[in-house]
Design a protein around this ligand. Structure first.
Ligand code: RP5
Length: 170
């Protein structure tokens, strides 16, 4: 059986300086075995490239787009303006305002053009949300997400086991 390795998730960031955070999205997609592509495109510095990327995303096979940007972060909104694919925005804390500017620019979209906005630097959650969207029609991914939930709960069980020690009641 041939495996389709065409990217289904696009990860865009405004600059290579965003990579230390956005790498977490890429690593999560790798962990779940989701074919993806990674691109640098800036809403302000390369508007044509950004528009072309978004406008051609569906015909290239993408299903979800993740956008990470800092400062006046219009990347996710501009991408959402040019595609009907779901767009997930990751505001990055790279500016002197510690990302508050990016958060507001990403989350405060006008009616009709939604961007699903993650927490500041929430690149891993962006990938998990993208996988959840894909899992609506992919049982293999749904199974992996259930395993993630189980491991999260086990992590809390472990923390409870260690609580007595932390409280000095060994
Ligand atoms: C934004 O400007 C990028 O997303 C980045 O967070 C910020 C600064 O970019 P550089 O000056 O580091 O290239 O477009």
């Amino acid at each position: 059986m041939e495996v389709d390795e065409r990217p289904v998730v696009g990860v865009i960031m405004g600059s290579d300086s965003d990579l230390p955070v956005m790498r977490q999205a890429v690593e999560t997609l790798v962990q779940f075995g989701v074919p993806h592509e990674v691109t640098i495109a800036s809403a302000h510095r390369s508007p044509d490239r950004t528009h072309l990327y978004a406008a051609s995303a569906i015909e290239r096979g993408l299903k979800v787009i993740i956008c990470g940007a800092g400062w006046a972060a219009h990347l996710a909104g501009v991408v959402a303006a040019s595609t009907i694919l779901p767009v997930i925005g990751v505001p990055l804390s790279s500016s002197p305002l510690s990302g508050l500017d990016a958060l507001l620019a990403t989350v405060q979209m006008p009616s009709g053009v939604p961007v699903s906005t993650m927490a500041m630097n929430g690149a891993r959650n962006a990938a998990i949300l993208a996988i959840q969207i894909l899992a609506l029609s992919d049982n293999g991914l749904a199974e992996k997400l259930r395993a993630l939930k189980t491991s999260l709960a086990e992590g809390i069980d472990e923390k409870n086991s260690g609580l007595g020690m932390l409280l000095g009641k060994a």
